[in-house]
Write a protein that binds this ligand. Structure first.
Ligand SMILES: Cc1cc2nc3c(=O)[nH]c(=O)nc-3n(C[C@H](O)[C@H](O)[C@H](O)COP(=O)(O)OP(=O)(O)OC[C@H]3O[C@@H](n4cnc5c(N)ncnc54)[C@H](O)[C@@H]3O)c2cc1C
Length: 604
């Protein structure tokens, strides 16, 4: 029964990847009716090509950028036969990095290792040899905008694929790329508190942060200056970079807006190698596009001025439901009623400026676990406790007798944080931004819950689970200038960012990965069907998202494409599902869907 259901779903989606390069192009290329470029080479120059720059050219680049050019080896080469083999180092990589910053400080690593082609993963049981796969060839370890400019000029002039990596958290292969020169913004770490900043309609506190600053470092800046700045819930996600460029949600997003809504001024290295300012008064089109319209597209952000607010404290309340014969939830039907009760109630949490962070895990014997944490910026703990009580009354009504837990003292949002522990994994995300309409109509709400349930029920056999982030960055909350930005319009109507998470097993063959992707896309179709015209969040979405232009950018796509063509007419910047990326594709050598292991070539 389960099997045939899966087959039916997988047949709904046909997934394509990779292209062949055609003969050299001499005609103008039109993309959605717009001129892309004339007589461009078909592919980016690749290592081994006759026109790949010789060592002397790389040395010249290195000299021009203060010696910050790196040619790193994949860290996991320690696990494979060959001159780099080092068993104790490999053991450390496999099991010893959890309280370190090893992977975060590695110039090559992207945390979603499957996007690189899994050609050199940390393992005690390696098969074959470590190969470079989708890892970049060279890395510019930028510590100043000048280094970024040098890298952009070199990549453009030599027609080399350019990659930008900040923290490497991207789930879709956007901070790696075979045969590329990578600009590593990690060490652009400047931070500054600006007590009084004025631009246009804004007058207030601000911070200026370098684009390598991470969320935990933003928290420390908050703590040091007794302020609040919107930063990702995960400590090691970028404080700007890709997080801000495509939206960027946080615990305080229903109160202050998305990361993109905070930007007041950007410093950007553009495709012509210039360092420009983009703000509400200067280069307005670039300023509009880079707040929500994606990273790795129009230029490289080197620093940003963001709004800062007075300190705020957050009260949090947790709920956990587990189906068990002895527990508070005895059967699956009651469990799903409990889940629906929470999600229905979450509209009130959002309207009060709150945030919800929930997971549903399928477990053995057709049982499930639901966990959620509800956060209330600016709300005292006793108020939060009283606020949650109606939910517990509803739960009792459906047969779930759990007590409303005491809410601990509200915690300052700007508390100091550390940032360690991330490591490469094989998780693959799929996203849907479920709109408020789905909460306003009971029938649609029930269909939405049914879609989630069907997806989760299919999950146990396949290591899938569900992640629902509840947040509401309306235009009103975004304020000025945030409400006039390229943020996906679907965010403005969002109730729940619904994600299906696929913990892909290690060692999948390409065909298994393709089959798995089809299966997962089938479940995603259920969520898309209950939210026609809504969108998806690229930062926690999938590079195989069908109709990604609409899903990730909505009605902004055409305008963004015009901005892309103006600022980067020859395609210096490229990453999958970024604006204009449909003009190029990776010639995947290993057959893995959406892998970055291959040459980047124009699509005919
Ligand atoms: C564990 C984990 C937790 C997460 N938690 C959250 C969360 O709480 N909220 C949320 O919204 N998202 C979250 N995300 C998703 C996160 O927003 C994305 O992974 C995002 O891409 C991270 O941006 P980054 O710059 O840190 O990562 P990177 O992978 O380094 O970069 C992501 C993309 O942005 C581009 N880019 C980076 N820096 C620049 C720059 N300076 N200029 C131009 N382009 C640039 C890169 O080329 C790439 O395309 C999480 C991800 C993970 C893995």
């Amino acid at each position: 029964m389960r099997e045939s259901h899966h087959l039916l779903l997988s047949s709904l989606i046909f997934f394509t990847y990779g292209v062949n390069c055609a003969a050299p192009r001499t005609e103008p290329i039109h993309l959605k009716g717009k001129l892309l470029s004339r007589a461009d080479p078909e592919c980016k120059v690749f290592p081994g090509d006759a026109n790949w720059p010789p060592a002397s050219e790389w040395a010249r680049l290195n000299a021009s950028i203060d010696g910050v050019l790196l040619k790193p080896k994949p860290a996991a080469s320690a696990c494979y036969p060959g001159p780099d083999h080092n068993q104790s180092q490999c053991q450390f990589l496999v099991s010893g990095t959890s309280s370190t910053r090893f992977w975060l400080d590695d110039p090559l690593t992207e945390l979603a290792q499957w996007t690189q082609g899994s050609s050199c993963v940390a393992t005690l049981t390696p098969t074959g040899n470590c190969t470079r796969g989708g890892f970049p060839e060279y890395v510019v370890n930028a510590t100043s905008p000048k280094h970024v400019q040098g890298a952009v000029n070199f990549a453009r002039d030599n027609n080399i694929r350019l990659v930008i990596k900040n923290t490497g958290h991207d789930f879709g292969g956007r901070s790696v790329g075979a045969g590329s020169l990578s600009v590593w913004t990690h060490n652009l770490k400047s931070t500054q508190f600006i007590p009084s900043y004025k631009i246009g309609q804004y007058s207030g506190m601000a911070v200026r942060i370098g684009s390598g600053v991470e969320a935990w470092e933003v928290s420390n800046l908050m703590a040091a200056n007794n302020i609040s700045v919107v930063a990702a819930g995960c400590s090691t996600v970028g404080g700007s970079g890709g997080w801000l460029s495509h939206g960027g949600h946080s615990t305080v997003t229903s109160t202050f807006g998305l990361g993109a809504d905070q930007a007041l001024s950007l410093e950007v290295v553009t495709a012509d190698g210039k360092l420009v300012t983009a703000d509400p008064l200067t280069n307005q089109d670039l300023f509009w596009a880079m707040r929500g319209g994606g990273g790795a597209t129009y230029g490289i952000l080197t620093s940003v001025v963001m709004k800062a607010y007075p300190p705020i404290s957050i009260s949090s309340s947790s709920l956990s439901l587990t189906v068990s014969s002895t527990g508070t939830v005895r059967d699956a039907e009651t469990f799903w009623q409990g889940v629906a009760s929470y999600y229905k109630f979450s509209a009130k949490i959002l309207d009060a400026g709150g945030y919800g962070f929930s997971y549903i895990y399928p477990m053995a014997n057709n049982t499930y676990q639901f966990t959620t944490s509800s956060s209330f910026p600016g709300m005292a703990s006793t108020t939060a406790f009283n606020f949650m009580q109606p939910l517990y009354n509803t739960l009792k009504g459906v047969g779930i007798n759990v007590a409303n837990p005491t809410v601990g003292a509200a915690r300052p949002y700007g508390s100091p944080r550390g940032g360690t522990g991330d490591r490469p994994v094989n998780t693959r995300y799929r996203s849907r931004l479920l709109p408020r309409e789905n909460w306003e109509d009971d029938s649609l709400f029930n269909q939405t819950m049914k879609a989630i349930r069907t997806a989760v029920e299919g999950g146990f056999d396949n290591n899938f689970y569900f992640h629902g982030t509840l947040t509401s960055p309306t235009e009103q909350v975004a304020g000025w200038p945030g409400s006039d930005s390229a943020v996906n319009p679907a965010w403005r109507k969002n109730r729940m960012h619904a994600m299906l998470m696929d913990v892909q097993p290690d060692g999948l063959t390409a065909q298994q990965a393709i089959n798995r992707n089809s299966l997962m896309q089938g479940y995603m179709t259920l969520l898309r069907d209950v939210s026609p015209g809504a969108g998806a969040y690229m930062n926690e979405g999938d590079p195989g998202e069908p109709n990604w232009q609409q899903a990730f950018y909505g009605a902004n796509y055409e305008r963004l494409l015009g901005t892309k063509l103006k600022w980067d007419p020859t395609g210096v910047f490229w990453a999958p599902t970024t604006v204009g990326s449909e003009g190029w594709a990776v010639q995947v050598v290993d057959g893995y869907p959406n892998s970055q292991n291959g040459k980047l070539c124009r699509v005919g």
